[in-house]
Write a protein that binds this ligand. Structure first.
Ligand SMILES: [Zn+2]
Length: 392
């Protein structure tokens, strides 16, 4: 459609991304950046105008937890880094066409996530913005059953060095910690604590020194306690938060990324073995809904994050994460905020993304139907994805 650099959009309904909306609003975009937003006539002149007065306009979605390198089925022999990078570009493209204009890649391997991010940023491939953690920092054997497969640390100095290397050498956009075992690593117990508090604290200090967020993968009381003690910013998964956890999270404006798409999606594949069945046999599944509802009731900041890339958790249907949130008690408006502003906060990029306001990057979605009536309209009535002010 339109590729004009300076464009004015007339939106029937504008969802700002922070829980508010404007009717009959005008958005002025210059050089890919939102320049002004007003229900009155815009102050400046623009090269083109697009009439979306019978449409709904909202910020592009931010899926802040994916694994860009994986294919839809778990591989017995992992493919090469080069192959995983190419697959990552295709995964990113699929997410973008589904309305996800930013992705957080939470633990790839070696340079894969960085290569996908940099190729898109350099214009070699079309894709959403990527914010990548690089490798997840784990204890020895925390994810892998053999040495060299993961970024493994032992002790505070070694953890600090790993975080510094990711942040300084690779330009990691955030740090991901393997605080407990995982459902996807069968040799670990998902509630068994892994990294120690001093190890995690060292990583957190280094990330915070350069304004980056720390995401902690954890299940169970001990892992969540360790995360809180180490001062991380985002609890990923987070079954099960007790009263004290919720109180501290609220006090500190911490974010919960419940990754509902991965848990609810696995349930559709029960009996197929592997990760699908382990979410039930480990007892994690039964904690998932009450935990989410509890966090919602306690007004914890909740962010979108799908874990796309896990087995049968496909790129391209990322927005379904929001439907699961609504099924378990969120209003559609809260779900929109979870997928926009809150997800931007989880990556510390809310100064440039997540809401439709002046000085933010013009990543927008145009919908034919009202997402506040039915959250599924975010994807089943998606008409245009706008990235950097350009209609794709
Ligand atoms: Zn994950």
């Amino acid at each position: 459609m339109l590729t004009g650099k300076n464009v004015e959009l007339k939106a029937g309904v504008l969802l700002i991304g922070d829980g508010r909306l404007l009717e009959n609003a005008n958005i002025g975009i210059k050089e890919g950046v939102i320049h002004e937003v007003s229900v009155d006539k815009l102050e400046e002149d623009y090269d083109d105008a697009v009439d979306l007065s019978n449409r709904f306009v909202m910020p592009g979605l931010i899926d802040a937890h994916v694994h860009i390198r994986y294919g839809p089925k778990q591989e017995t022999v992992p493919s090469s880094d080069e192959y995983q990078t190419i697959r990552g570009l295709e995964n990113a493209r699929k997410a973008l066409s589904a309305g996800v204009t930013s992705l957080g890649d939470a633990g790839a391997i070696r340079n894969v996530g960085f290569a996908v991010r940099n190729a898109i940023n350099d214009g070699l491939a079309v894709g959403p913005r990527l914010f990548v953690s690089g490798e997840m920092i784990t204890m020895t054997g925390g994810r892998s059953k053999k040495p060299g497969d993961r970024l493994e640390v032992d002790g505070e100095d070694s953890a600090r060095k790993a975080a510094r290397s990711l942040l300084m050498y690779k330009g990691a956009d955030f740090i991901k910690l393997g605080t407990t075992g995982a459902i996807s690593s069968a040799h670990t117990g998902p509630r068994h604590p892994q990294l120690t508090v001093p190890e995690m604290r060292a990583c957190t200090e280094e990330a915070h020194k350069c304004g980056k967020m720390v995401h902690s993968h954890c299940y169970g009381e001990a892992g969540i306690n360790n995360s809180l003690e180490a001062g991380v910013d985002v609890i990923v998964h987070g079954q099960s938060l007790n009263e004290r956890h919720l109180r501290l999270m609220k006090q500190r404006d911490m974010i919960l990324m419940p990754t509902l798409k991965t848990f609810c999606g696995h349930l559709e594949h029960l009996g197929e073995g592997g990760v699908h069945d382990r979410i039930v046999t480990t007892g994690i599944w039964e904690e998932t809904e009450p935990n989410f509802r509890n966090a919602l009731e306690n007004e914890i900041i909740i962010s979108m994050g799908t874990d796309c890339g896990m087995p049968d958790n496909h790129f391209g249907d990322n927005p379904k994460d929001l439907e699961y949130m609504v099924n378990w008690g969120m209003t559609p408006m809260q779900a929109v905020t979870a997928g926009t502003l809150n997800a931007a906060k989880s990556l510390a990029v809310e100064d440039k993304l997540g809401t439709i306001k002046p000085r933010k990057l013009a990543d927008l979605l145009v919908l034919k139907k009202d997402p506040l009536k039915d959250i599924r309209h975010v994807w089943n009535s998606l008409e245009y994805v706008i990235l950097n002010g350009r209609f794709l």
